[in-house]
Ligand binder design. Structure first.
Ligand code: PEP
Length: 249
């Protein structure tokens, strides 16, 4: 049975002190929810070790990692450093990294491999831009992203991937994909995994939806058979709203 997951991406928000406070609030808000959902938060790098101290049910993710293992890469944080800090997951390929920092499929593929080699679970993001959706190219776009980013992994490695489908036009815009749109493309993504790794692997792969998912629409989105949870941006910064999303299964 694949895991149900709700992951909060804090992006570049919160001072260290406010981040620790939010982590405590999230831990308290979700500790009584026993619906089998894995709850993950992804604070900024410098928060990770302090946040780690105040969570137990909630799991810890980074928002990014370096595409090289170590060395002269000023400003970067390596996958093995994250592992040594007690981090379990890392978001790779978020659309903000792809567009603002020009992270190519090749770079993201290197990051995925380093994350896996260091025992981290990548939360790998894919999703189309608005013009691509309007031109009905969204299926081709996600196929290309998943093929170049992930499909040279061994089956054993692929089993450690969490996918997040995030239509870029829905991120931070207040526009959510409809439940039907989400189900349609999640089912398509799962069919790609079936074709590459077989039905058993595909059935076990968690595919999260991200893009203006909130406490009001999560229930309808998560009710779809191929939507296994959410990657949450804005609504992850309010512990009470985030907890409602977690309890939406
Ligand atoms: C995100 O950045 O992954 C995201 C889904 O953001 P938001 O929920 O704010 O749209």
């Amino acid at each position: 049975m694949r895991k149900k997951i709700v992951a909060g991406n804090w992006k570049m928000n919160k001072s260290l002190q406010d981040g620790v406070t939010l982590a405590k609030e999230v831990e308290a808000a979700v500790s009584g929810i026993n619906n089998g959902v894995d709850v993950i938060i992804a604070p900024p790098f410098i928060h990770l070790t302090e946040v780690k101290k105040v969570i137990s049910k909630v799991k810890l993710s980074a928002q990014n990692c370096a595409s090289e293992a170590s060395g002269a890469y000023t400003g970067e944080v390596a996958a093995d450093m994250l592992k040594s800090a007690g981090v379990g997951y890392v978001i790779i390929g978020h659309s903000e990294r792809r567009s603002y920092y020009k992270e190519s499929d090749e770079i993201l593929n290197k990051k995925v491999k380093l994350a896996l080699a260091n025992g981290l679970t990548p939360i790998f993001c894919i999703g189309e831009l608005l013009p691509e959706r309007e031109a009905n190219k969204h299926f081709d776009v996600v196929k290309d992203q998943i093929t170049k980013g992930l499909f040279d992994l061994s089956e054993t490695d692929f089993k450690n991937i969490v996918l997040a489908y995030e239509p870029v036009w829905a991120i931070g815009t207040g526009k959510t994909a409809s439940a039907a749109q989400a189900q349609e493309i999640h089912a398509f993504i799962r069919s790609l995994i079936v074709a590459k790794y077989g039905k058993a692997v595909a059935e076990d792969t968690s595919i999260l939806y991200g893009g203006s998912c909130n406490d009001k629409n999560a229930k309808e989105l998560f009710a779809n058979p191929d939507v296994d949870g959410g990657l949450i941006g804005g609504a992850a910064l309010k512990a009470d709203q985030f907890a409602v999303i977690v309890s939406s299964f």
